[in-house]
Design a protein around this ligand. Sequence first.
Ligand code: 4AD
Ligand code: MG
Length: 433
Amino acid sequence: MKDRTRIRSLADHVGETVLLCGWVRRRRSSGSKLHFLQLDDGTGSTQVVVKKGNVPEEQLAAAGHVPFESTVIVRGEVKEDARQAGGVELAAQDFQVLNAAVAEFPIGKKEHGVGFLMDNRHIWLRSRRPQATLRIRAEIIRACRDHLDGRGFTCVDAPIFNSAAAEGTATLVPVEYFGETVYLSQTGQLHMEAAAQALGDVYCFGPTFRAEKSKTRRHLTEFWMLEPEMAFADLEESMDVMESLIAHVIERVLTNCRPELDALERDVSKLESCIPPFPRLSYTDALKQLEGTDAEIPWGEDFGAPQEDLVTTAFDRPILVHRFPTKIKAFYMRPDPAQPEVVLGCDMIAPEGYGEIIGGGERSSDLAYLEAKIAEHGLPKEAYEWYLDLRRYGANPSAGFGMGLERVVSWICDLGHIREAAPYARTMARTYP
Ligand code: 4AD
Ligand code: MG
């Protein structure tokens, strides 16, 4: 079937005889002599007309009974038809059922519960919304890589099996490893800091694991994180890169994914307004905005969803909140020399209630400070010796960040829950299918 034509390019073959492979998604018959099949092949959808006289009798009968989702191979002539999507249809001359579906497809037009759809994710993928979402996800991945590659970053993959935590021990996922316990990666950051000392501007983009015991619409236990790290960069520069990256991603999706955004009924004006500069405000100033609201918190407490949602309501684009309290942030963050009770870190918070999509900032290059922090956090120092070496051998300032891919996909696609942003979501309660 190497000579098959993709439905996507069918309109380029008007008047020609082509071979299509696909799945029968719908059927309409006009008596026993004329059948209209909707054929999908992943690249598009087209109408196949199977008509008495054009195909052998047994093929005509087969076309009238072929169950939905069956795989078929059709040879026929591409005809112009303005009424059809894509402006063409296929007049079948040879209709072969390769594999008929043997059970009734469980996902129909009626509303299904989310639990049912997630249990059937492997076949739910065939529906319009998951297809559109996964195509947008792929474009976001391409846009991220293109943006960083185009700026001279080197992609350096981070390991998945690790000997220690980087983002707190509460969410570590332990695995048995040749008689020892090791942990699945929570972040590639520490390894990117080492790579940045060798290669300058680097990034990793891979799976990340966190034993999130919370059941929220923003948390997965397995997600993908893009993590740029830049030697000699500071907080400001890191915020500039966050901003230009997200602006590029939005622009690319708006340019290349219109049909998918339409399929999702996305209000694109909400994306079109996401133009830099993105507002920047400190944690302390953000708290002032929360004063007198239901989301008010005392200085020193971390943001949760209510705080994130409220501080963004005044803005039509993502915002950057910087200088969070030192005591609520990770051990590696560099305290602000002007006010050591806050760190030179920053979160990007998406509009429309999608919460934190990026976290990052400057790293401490102070060996003694990091040793003290590792002790204070109760972390096993021997597991961090290699990381401390980076401060022993020419400690340089460095900054970077982590962008949660599924959080960005959720926001851009306006999804109700982050589980729809992953091809196969993994949460506390789900590892199937
Ligand atoms: O803010 P986080 O924890 O930052 C880090 O891990 C840094 N080490 C990154 C770095 O500086 N290189 O996580 C970064 C982002 C969050 O902003 C969020 O978008 C996403 O990762 N994220 C999650 N996404 C889905 N499910 C979860 N459980 C997530 N936890 C974090
Ligand atoms: Mg964070």
